[in-house]
Design a binder for this molecule. Structure first.
Ligand SMILES: O=P(O)(O)OP(=O)(O)OP(=O)(O)OC[C@H]1O[C@@H](n2cnc3c(O)ncnc32)[C@H](O)[C@@H]1O
Length: 496
């Protein structure tokens, strides 16, 4: 008997405190394990959406993906893939509509490879056309219908869930660009101050921003209201048709050639630049067709003078600053409330300013103008030598486009030397291109809820930490209380 008791007293595993401690530790480990495993992220599955941006200059196909179990709520849709369609925009196939459809095949085949086969049938496919088709539709609506028929036929051959092809209004283009920028920046979900959107295309340009001082009643047609994640937004947006950079170049050239001279000395092109151009091609657009001079010859010599200041004067002539029936206007008698907040400028704003190395937001406006003036004055042969990799068409136009951008922002939209520093020239936000396509898809798939989704009060790590600490505290209190209530649970055994 006494040997047995001696063994028990020597072996600490046999004391009640030890047994309770072991059981307690096992319980805590089990509790924490369950907490960790239960909340462990499950293997992610994705859903997809495809949007074709049928612009005036070209078409691009975007594939977006988002976590399958979170659509409608918390998962963020992101750009997975982009395919640039070869050739020009679909509006350029007005005389050969079937080719508009065929031009999309290569990118659509790519899309088939990019989206997992089992998701093909549930993947929505949209085509949105912008200013190129807006102009074609104005000019020749039956040609525009035929282009759409051909495009529809081509897209319906693919196994995706085809949702239609249509022309976006300028207002939609502006508003969805704004949604994209603010969605990708997580500004909508967090209810933060929003970023305005400046989009410069080939045939139209859009400005969209939220302004505290915007009285909708002054110009209801410029207002778009949203309720997103529980917040109300009253967005000002305007799209200027014909004010994309390709159409403005036509207008500037039309202005310079209006008296029908054989040669024009254009300050917006580099000294030494000389190109024989076709009058009928220049005037082949509703933006300029009414200005075609009666006695115009077949061609004209387009030569460069490379003078930024004079170029600004030429560019200013495409704007009408004289009439405004509202309290304030941008140009062409269009209402614009006071500018507010930061702005993201994308599409051609970015392509041009990036090439000119003028995207640094800290660069003062006067330095931007100075650099641009130097660039415009550089002889054409030097420019070509310095940039052998850049297509000649783009290269020839950067002086003009840069000057147009600065003139549009300052004289057109009224950005000052101070507020110019609020503009960020952006291409992508978190790997997704800035543009209207993502906002368009989010809207059509109802992926941004009007009300804020319920979210767990704590993040996963916080939840596990609190469970662990609480369990440990409870356990220590339990052991202490046992010792207090029942002195026989003392650690030192009493030997009788
Ligand atoms: O919105 P719309 O007006 O329909 O036009 P788009 O959709 O075709 O417009 P993009 O944003 O694709 O392009 C805008 C313009 O920028 C031009 N562009 C594209 N890449 C460029 C680059 O690398 N350098 C200079 N210009 C570029 C293009 O030719 C257009 O004139």
């Amino acid at each position: 008997m006494s040997a047995q008791r001696e063994m028990k007293e020597k072996n600490p595993w046999h004391t009640p405190v030890t047994i309770i401690t072991v059981i307690g530790v096992i319980a805590i480990v089990a509790l924490v394990t369950v907490a960790v495993l239960q909340n462990r992220p499950v293997l992610q599955k994705y859903k997809y959406g495809i949007v074709l941006d049928a612009g005036s200059s070209h078409t691009a196909l975007y594939i977006y993906e988002w976590p399958a179990e979170k659509d409608n709520n918390t998962g963020r849709a992101e750009q997975k893939y982009v395919c640039k369609v070869k050739g020009k925009g679909i509006s350029s196939y007005a005389n050969t509509p079937v080719k508009a459809g065929e031009s999309l095949n290569e990118c659509m085949q790519e899309a088939k490879m990019q989206v997992p086969t089992k998701r093909h049938h549930e993947t929505p496919l949209y085509l949105g056309a912008t200013a190129g088709m807006r102009l074609l539709n104005m000019e020749n609506s039956s040609a525009s219908d035929k282009v759409f028929q051909a495009v529809e036929k081509a897209l319906q051959r693919f196994p995706f869930s085809y949702q239609g092809a249509r022309i976006l209004s300028g207002q939609e283009e502006g508003a969805f660009g704004w949604v994209t920028v603010n969605y990708l920046d997580d500004r909508l979900k967090q209810g933060l101050e929003t970023t305005g959107a400046l989009d410069l295309g080939g045939a139209s340009t859009q400005i969209s921003f939220v302004s505290k001082n915007y009285d909708i009643s002054e110009s209801p047609s410029n207002s778009v209201t949203f309720r997103l994640y529980g917040n109300d937004y009253n967005l000002y947006t305007h799209s200027f048709l014909c004010y994309g950079k390709d159409q403005v170049l036509r207008m500037a050239l039309a202005h310079q050639t209006k008296s029908g001279p054989g040669t024009i000395l254009d300050p917006c092109f580099h000294p030494g630049y000389l190109e024989l151009k076709d009058y009928s091609l220049l005037y082949d657009s509703p933006c300029v067709s009414d200005r075609k001079p009666q006695n115009a010859t077949g061609t004209f010599n387009h030569s460069g003078a490379g003078n930024f200041k004079q170029c600004q004067e030429v560019v200013k002539k495409v704007f009408n600053f004289t009439s405004c029936k509202y309290s304030r206007c941008s140009f062409n008698g269009v209402f614009q409330p006071p500018l507010q907040g930061p702005f993201g400028a994308f599409s051609a704003y970015y392509y041009v300013m990036d090439f000119l190395k003028l995207t640094d937001a800290t660069m003062p406006l006067k330095d931007v103008k100075e650099k641009l003036a130097n660039y415009c004055a550089t002889p054409w042969n030097e420019i070509v030598k310095q940039h052998p990799e850049v297509p000649i068409k783009y290269l020839a136009e950067y002086c003009f486009s840069g000057t147009y951008i600065i003139t549009l922002l300052t004289d057109g939209y009224n950005f000052t030397s101070e507020s110019y520093s609020n503009i960020n020239f952006i291409k992508k936000i978190k790997n997704s291109d800035a543009g209207w396509t993502l906002g368009y898809m989010l809207n059509l798939t109802n992926m941004i809820p009007a009300e804020a989704p319920d979210s767990p009060p704590l993040p996963h790590a916080g939840y596990v930490t609190i469970i662990t600490i609480s369990a440990l505290i409870l356990f220590v209190l339990f052991i202490l209380s046992l010792r207090f209530i029942c002195p026989s649970f003392q650690k030192t055994p009493h030997i009788v």
